[in-house]
Design a protein around this ligand. Sequence first.
Ligand code: GUN
Length: 270
Amino acid sequence: MTAGIIDGKQVAAQVQEEVAREVAALKEKGLTPGLAVVLVGDDPASQVYTANKERTARELGMHSVLHRLPATSTQDEVAELVMQLNRDPAIHGILVQSPLPKGLDMDAIIRLIDPLKDVDGFHPENVGRLWTGQDGLVPCTPAGVMRLLDAYGVDPKGKHAVVVGRSNIVGKPMAALLLARHATVTICHSRTPDLPETCRRADILVAAVGKLQMITAEYIKPGAVVIDVGINPVPGFKKRIRGDVDFDSAAQVAGLITPVPGGVGPMTIA
Ligand code: GUN
């Protein structure tokens, strides 16, 4: 059997169309949504992500600003910028790109962001809202995964979902969103014994570990839905990226699978 492919580019394009329409409707009412993206330092991947976020927001009709601070910035300097953006009536969303350079405390910066402007959903107020079933802002990558599942008619209700990876950005909020949709959720990580066996019990398997092609066919139940959140460089190739899932072997066993690139990636910014 060969798995069906989940086309993230196509679903992301739909999301962007919706966002553009919603932005236009707000502008008609005299309100231009404003996004501020904050990049501290010059991490190459973060430069690409933040530039894409700023550009996409602008292309969809928003007011969009990228603030670049040097890697030598102090905690107070970053904090001062965040507080200024909290007060700025033209800014409705604030994204501080993670990771911050060594020596800066990301958790402290996140706590300073107005929870109502915390479009990453990283503030403890929004994290608490997610886990307690209250409306709030939700991290974009797991939100994008839920949107992909919906687009392909995959209802998590009553299914066993296994999330590999427990980061605050993906693994934990992913588990919360699947739980809220009535999946039975298992979170696995580097200390989980018998990882392949646990993964093989998944109807929905989400890989978010950051290890190139670690999840092979032996981790996958025949017919399972496999979602690959990994974005890993391939050693020896300048521009090639691959996921946490070994696509070629996994696609022989899975029922539906996201490719990398072209799966979850395009959904995150959308
Ligand atoms: N670094 C990796 N992913 C993300 C994200 O979704 N938001 C922010 N702010 N930083 C990130």
